[in-house]
Design a protein around this ligand. Structure first.
Ligand code: HMG
Ligand code: MG
Length: 301
C-alpha cells in the first residue's frame, strides 16, 4: 500500500465552520480563531466569504475580519461567488479566492440562485478578472456524492461539472461531499473517473463532511488514490445553510490524529488546534463534535 509522505491540510473552520452557526461570533473572535489556527501550523486557513450578507449573515463582517488581519490576511483564501464578491476582495488586496459550483441543478438554485449552466455565466467573468489581476483561484464542486433533493449524483455528471469549473482557470478543484453521504468505494470511483478524464491528482482536494461518520474512511480511501490535499475544520464545525442535512466537516484534529498514526507529515501542532477548538466551543456554547477534541479535552471540574 503506497500512501503519500506529506499532506496539506486546508483549514475551513472560520468559513465552513462558522457559516452555519446560530450564534453570531464577533469579528474579533473570528480574527483570533484564524490567527490561532495559522499559529498551530495550518498552512492554509480559509478565512471568510464575500457572499451576499443576507444569504450568510454569520459572515457579513468579512471585510472587517480581513481588514483586522492586515498583511497576514492577504494570503488567506476567501469564498467569492461572483464579480461583486471579487470587487470586494480586490478592494482589500486579497490574493486567493475560491469559487463554489454545484454538481446538481437543485443545489445550484438553492445555493447560488441560478441553474447548473447559469452558474458558469457568473463564474466565467469572475475567474477571468481574478486571473488577470494575478489572483489564485480554487474551485469547489458541491454535491459530488449525493444531493438531499436529487439523491445519488452520477459520477459522470460530477466529473463534467468539476472539469468545467477547473478549466475556467483554477489551480485546484475541491470535491465536496456536502452532506456527508459518500463511502470509501465511491470515493475511489470518483477520483478514478477524474483521473481518466485527464485530471492529475495534485490538482484535486477532498472536502468531506462527517454526517454519516465516514469522513476518515473516505480520507483513507483518497490517500490510497494519491490525493494530498484535504479540507478539514477545527473541532469538526461546519455545514451549509442551503443544504438540508449538511453537518460538520471532517474535524482537523481527527485528520491530524490519523495522519500522525500513518507517519504522514502534516506540520500541525495537534495540542494547539485542540486548545483552539475548546476555546471556540466556549464561544459557541456547545461542545466540539470532534472525537479527538473530546478525547483530549479534560472534563471541567
Ligand atoms: P442573487 O440574489 O442572485 O444576486 O444572489 P444578484 O446577482 O441578483 O444581486 C442581487 C443584489 O445582491 C445586488 O444588489 C448585488 O449587488 C448584491 P442590489 O443591486 O439589488 O442593491 N450582491 C452582493 N452583495 C455583496 N456581496 C456579493 C453580492 N452578490 C450580489 N458577493 C449570490 C446570488 C451568489 C450572491 C447568493 O446566492 C449568495 O450569496 N450565495 C452564497 C451562498 C453560500 O455562501 N453558501 C455557503 C457556501 S457553499 C458551501 O458551503 C459548500 C462548500 O463548503 C463545499 C461543500 O461542502 O460541498 C464550499
Ligand atoms: Mg463544505
Amino acid at each position: 500500500m503506497k500512501l503519500p509522505e506529506k499532506v496539506t491540510i486546508y483549514e475551513v473552520g472560520p468559513r465552513d465552520g462558522l457559516q452555519n452557526e446560530k450564534t453570531i461570533v464577533p469579528a474579533e473572535v473570528k480574527v483570533e480563531f484564524i490567527r490561532r489556527l495559522a499559529a498551530a501550523g495550518l498552512p492554509i486557513v480559509e478565512a471568510t466569504s464575500f457572499v451576499h450578507p443576507t444569504w450568510v449573515p454569520q459572515l457579513a463582517d468579512a471585510a472587517e475580519v480581513m481588514t483586522a488581519l492586515g498583511d497576514a490576511g492577504r494570503d488567506l483564501p476567501v469564498l467569492v461567488p461572483n464579480e461583486r464578491g471579487l470587487d470586494r476582495a480586490l478592494e482589500l488586496g486579497l490574493k486567493h479566492i475560491a469559487i463554489f459550483g454545484s454538481a446538481t441543478e437543485t443545489f445550484a438554485r438553492k445555493n447560488l440562485n441560478r441553474g447548473l449552466d447559469e452558474q458558469f455565466a457568473m463564474f466565467e467573468p469572475t475567474v477571468r478578472r481574478a486571473r488577470e489581476a494575478g489572483l489564485d483561484v480554487r474551485a469547489y464542486v458541491s454535491m459530488c456524492f449525493g444531493d438531499p433533493w436529487e439523491g445519488a449524483v452520477p459520477v459522470e455528471q460530477v466529473v463534467s461539472v468539476g472539469k468545467r469549473l477547473f478549466d475556467l482557470g483554477a489551480s485546484q478543484l475541491s470535491l465536496g461531499d456536502t452532506i456527508g453521504v459518500g463511502t470509501a468505494g465511491h470515493v475511489k470511483r470518483l477520483i478514478g473517473a477524474f483521473v481518466d478524464a485527464g485530471m492529475v491528482t495534485d490538482h484535486l482536494a477532498m472536502h468531506f463532511h462527517d454526517t454519516y461518520g465516514q469522513a476518515l474512511a473516505n480520507t483513507f480511501s483518497a490517500l490510497q488514490e494519491g490525493i494530498t490535499t484535504f479540507d478539514a475544520s477545527a473541532g469538526g464545525l461546519g455545514g451549509c445553510p442551503y443544504a438540508k442535512s449538511a453537518t460538520g466537516n471532517l474535524a482537523t484534529e481527527d485528520l491530524v490524529w490519523m495522519l500522525t498514526g500513518l507517519g504522514i507529515e502534516h506540520g500541525v501542532d495537534l495540542d494547539a488546534v485542540v486548545a483552539t477548538s475548546a476555546w471556540m466551543a466556549g464561544h459557541l456554547g456547545r461542545p466540539s463534535p470532534s472525537a479527538v477534541v473530546r478525547a483530549l479535552t479534560p472534563p471541567a471540574g
